[in-house]
Design a protein around this ligand. Structure first.
Ligand code: PRX
Length: 645
C-alpha cells in the first residue's frame, strides 16, 4: 500500500507503539483491566467482564470510583492545580482561562448546591446550554454526586428539549438566559420554560447568565440563578464512590423510529475506554493544547472533551461559537492564538474551509499543530489530503475515528504513531476491539464487497441500554445477530485486502447531515404535523459540503403547486420549531404519490437513489410502480427550477 506512514519524529515520541495490538489481542480483558488501572479507583473491581446479562455488559464489577475525582481532583492532588484545564473562547471574543484548581472549586460548589436542592445519586439533570465553562462544571458536578446528566444541543427546539426532559424524568434543567448564534444574542429561557411547562418532575430550573438578556421570564421558587447559587455554597465537597455500572449520562440519538433513543452509558468501563482512547489516539501529552470542536451536547464531545481529555489532565480549548463567526478563519485564528497542538474536527467543516481555498489557513501560523482528527462521517480522500496539506502542513497524522453514540468511544481508528494512513479509511479496530463486515447470514464478505459492519467482541464503553426501553436496545442492535452475540452498527462497510475498513452509508433510515444524525421518520413526523401536509418522505441526497442534505417529498392536503416556495418556507420553519434548525429540509418537493410497498412502507431508498442520480432501481415490490414515475417527474421539474434560480 502507498499511504502515509507516521512521521519518524512523531512515532518515536508516541504514547503507543505497535506492540499494543498483539498484547491486547492475546488477552483483551487483561488489556482493558490494565487500562482501567490508569484511573483512580476507591474500591478495586473483582470481575473485569461479566456477560451474564448480555447484551447489557457489566465491566469492572465490584469496582467503585468517582468520575469527577478522576477528571478534576486527581490533577490538583498531583500538583497541577495551577495548570490550565480550559481555554474558553466565547463567540463575541470574550474568553476565560480556567485552572484545574478553579474547576475543582466550581464543581464542588455546584455539587453542594445540587445536593441542597435535593438531587442525589441516580436523579436526572438535563443541560440545555451552549459551550461554556459552566457546561463542563455542571457535567462534573453531576458525576460527583452520581446524578445522571443528559446534554441537549442548544439549537434544539422547545419540543425536542421537552421530549428529552420528559423521557429522562429530570428533576432539574440547567439552561442559560440566552445563547449566541452566529454573532447574535438569542433569548432561550422562554424556550426552556416552554419545554418544562406542566412537567411536575422538574423541580428547578437553574439559569446561567450568558447573554445578559433583559427581562428573563422567571418563575419564583422554581428558577434559580447559577451565580447566586454557586456563591452561596462552599468550594469543598466530599465525593462519594459509585459502582462501576452506575449510570453516568444519557445521550439521545436518532434511530429508525420517530422517538430518539436515550443511550445509557455507565461509569467504570466508559471512563476506561474514553480515557485510554483519548490518550492513545490523540497522543495526549501534558504540554498539549487539545481542541475538539464538537458541541458539548454531541457524543463526540462527551468522550473527547468532557470525560476523556479531562481524565488525562489535558489542557483543552472550548469554543462557544459557530465555526465561521465572525469570519471563516476563526478556527485558524484560535489555533494560532492559543498554540493548539491537536485539532479534532469534522469532514463537513473541512469541506467548508476548502470552499474558501488554501489561502484561508495559509493566513495563519498553524505550526503548533502536530496531530489532526476527523469524526462524524467518512472523510472523502480529497478533503483528507486538503486537511493534511493545508492545515497540517503535511507533517500531522490524521486520525479518522469511526464510532457512534452507542459505542461510547472510538472503535475503528488508526494509532497516530503506528498506522500507515489511507485517506478515506478509518483503518482498523483499535487494540482490544474487533469488528467484521458480514452479510445478512453473518458470513464475512470478500475483500472490497460491502456488507453490514458488526462488532464481534464486547467493549468497555458500550451502551448498556436505551433509557426506559430495553426491548428497543435489544431489537435495534443485538437481535439481528443474536446467535453470534454481535452488535449491528447500522453502517455498511467493506474491508480491503489489507484489512482496512472503509465505511459506506447507513443501512437504515438515518441521515447524516454535517455529521449530525437525523432520522427520516422523525423528520417525516414533524412534517405531517403541519396542517397542510398529508404524507411525507424524507431522504438524504448527496451534498458536497454537508455530506447529505435533507430532501422532503410531501403530499399536500390542498392543491399547492410544485413551485409553491411559500410552502417550502413554511415547512422549513415548522421543522425548525418541532425539531431544530439543523433538521430543516434543504429542499421540499410537492408530489401527488409516494412509492410504497404492499405493506405500506415508503421506499425511501428509491427516492434517495434518484436524488443521487442513480435511477432505475427495482420497483417490482411497489404497490403501484407508476408512483415512482410520478415522483421522478416532480423531482425533475423541481431540480430544473432549483438550478435556474
Ligand atoms: O454512520 C457513522 C457515522 O456517524 C454514525 C454515528 O453517529 P453518532 O452516534 O451521532 O456519533 C457521531 C460521532 C461519533 C456512524 O454510525 N460516522 C461517525 N464517524 C465516522 C462515521 N462514518 C465514517 N467514518 C467515521 N469516522
Amino acid at each position: 500500500m502507498t499511504g502515509y506512514p507516521p512521521p519518524p519524529g512523531f512515532a518515536a515520541r508516541a504514547n503507543v507503539g505497535p506492540e499494543v495490538y498483539a498484547q491486547a489481542e492475546a488477552d483483551p480483558f487483561a488489556f482493558w483491566a490494565e487500562q482501567a488501572g490508569r484511573l483512580q479507583w476507591d474500591t478495586p473491581w473483582d470481575t473485569v467482564f461479566d456477560d451474564a446479562e448480555m447484551p447489557t455488559a457489566r465491566w469492572f464489577g465490584g469496582g467503585r470510583l468517582n468520575v469527577a475525582v478522576n477528571c478534576v481532583d486527581r490533577h490538583v492532588t498531583a500538583g497541577r492545580g495551577d495548570d490550565v484545564a480550559l481555554h474558553w473562547v466565547g463567540e463575541p471574543g470574550d474568553g476565560r482561562t480556567v485552572t484545574w484548581a478553579q474547576l475543582q472549586d466550581d464543581v464542588c460548589r455546584l455539587a453542594n448546591a445540587l445536593t441542597g436542592l435535593g438531587i442525589g445519586a441516580g436523579d436526572r439533570v438535563v443541560l440545555y446550554l451552549p459551550v461554556l465553562v459552566e457546561t463542563v462544571v455542571a457535567t462534573m458536578a453531576c458525576a460527583r454526586i452520581g446524578a445522571v446528566v443528559s446534554l441537549v444541543f442548544g439549537g434544539f427546539s422547545a419540543d425536542a428539549l421537552r421530549f428529552r426532559v420528559a423521557d429522562t424524568g429530570a428533576k432539574l434543567l440547567i439552561a442559560s438566559d440566552g445563547q449566541f448564534r452566529r454573532g447574535a444574542a438569542v433569548a432561550v429561557k422562554a424556550t426552556a420554560d416552554e419545554a418544562v411547562a406542566g412537567l411536575d418532575h422538574v423541580e428547578h430550573v437553574l439559569v446561567v447568565r450568558r447573554t445578559g438578556e433583559a427581562d428573563v421570564p422567571w418563575t419564583p421558587g422554581r428558577d434559580l440563578w447559577w451565580h447566586e447559587l454557586l456563591a452561596a455554597h462552599p468550594p469543598v465537597h466530599e465525593p462519594a464512590s459509585f459502582d462501576a455500572e452506575h449510570p453516568l449520562f444519557i445521550v439521545y440519538t436518532s434511530g429508525t423510529t420517530g422517538r430518539p433513543k436515550g443511550l445509557v452509558h455507565t461509569t467504570g468501563g466508559y471512563l476506561t475506554q474514553a480515557s485510554w482512547t483519548h490518550w492513545a489516539l490523540f497522543d495526549a501529552k501534558d504540554d498539549d493544547v487539545y481542541w475538539c470542536q464538537a458541541d458539548l451536547a454531541w457524543v463526540t464531545a462527551h468522550t473527547y472533551v468532557l470525560y476523556g481529555p479531562t481524565s488525562n489532565g489535558t489542557t483543552q480549548v472550548l469554543y462557544e461559537g459557530s465555526p465561521l463567526t465572525p469570519h471563516p478563519g476563526r478556527h485558524f485564528e484560535v489555533i494560532a492564538g492559543l498554540g493548539v497542538t491537536v485539532y479534532y474536527t469534522a469532514p463537513t467543516l473541512v469541506r467548508t474551509f476548502m470552499k474558501h481555498g488554501p489561502e484561508l489557513p495559509a493566513g495563519y501560523d498553524l505550526s503548533s499543530l502536530r496531530l489532526l482528527g476527523s469524526v462524524g462521517e467518512a472523510i472523502n480522500p480529497e478533503a483528507w489530503r486538503w486537511l493534511h496539506e493545508h492545515v497540517g502542513g503535511a507533517r500531522c497524522p490524521i486520525v479518522d475515528t469511526w464510532w457512534q453514540s452507542e459505542t461510547g468511544a472510538a472503535v475503528i481508528a488508526p494509532l497516530p504513531g503506528v498506522t500507515v494512513l489511507e485517506p478515506g479509511s478509518a483503518t482498523v479496530p483499535l487494540p482490544g476491539l474487533a469488528a467484521a463486515v458480514v452479510d445478512d447470514a453473518g458470513e464475512q464478505t470478500p475483500p472490497g464487497v460491502e456488507g453490514n459492519l458488526v462488532l464481534t467482541r464486547p467493549w468497555p464503553a458500550m451502551a448498556r441500554t436505551v433509557w426506559g426501553d430495553h426491548a428497543r436496545f435489544v431489537a435495534s442492535y443485538w437481535a439481528p445477530y443474536a446467535e453470534r452475540g454481535w452488535y449491528l452498527a447500522g453502517d455498511s462497510a467493506s474491508v480491503d485486502e489489507a484489512g482496512f475498513v472503509w465505511i459506506g452509508g447507513r443501512i437504515d433510515d438515518v441521515l447524516n447531515v454535517s455529521g449530525h444524525r437525523l432520522s427520516s421518520i422523525e423528520l417525516e413526523s414533524a412534517l405531517v404535523s403541519h396542517p397542510r401536509v398529508a404524507e411525507a418522505a424524507v431522504v438524504g441526497a448527496p451534498d458536497d459540503v454537508t455530506g447529505q442534505r435533507i430532501v422532503a417529498f410531501v403530499i399536500t392536503r390542498d392543491d399547492a403547486g410544485a413551485d409553491d416556495s411559500r410552502l417550502a418556507e413554511e415547512l422549513r420553519a415548522h421543522v425548525a420549531l418541532r425539531v431544530g434548525a439543523i433538521a430543516k429540509p434543504r429542499e421540499v418537493v410537492v408530489v401527488t404519490d409516494l412509492p410504497k410497498t404492499r405493506s405500506g412502507k415508503i421506499m425511501r431508498r428509491l427516492m434517495a437513489d434518484m436524488t443521487a442520480g442513480r435511477g432505475g432501481g427495482d420497483t417490482t415490490s411497489l404497490t403501484d410502480p407508476g408512483s415512482m414515475t410520478t415522483v421522478e417527474r416532480a423531482w425533475d421539474a423541481h431540480a430544473a427550477l432549483r438550478d435556474r434560480t
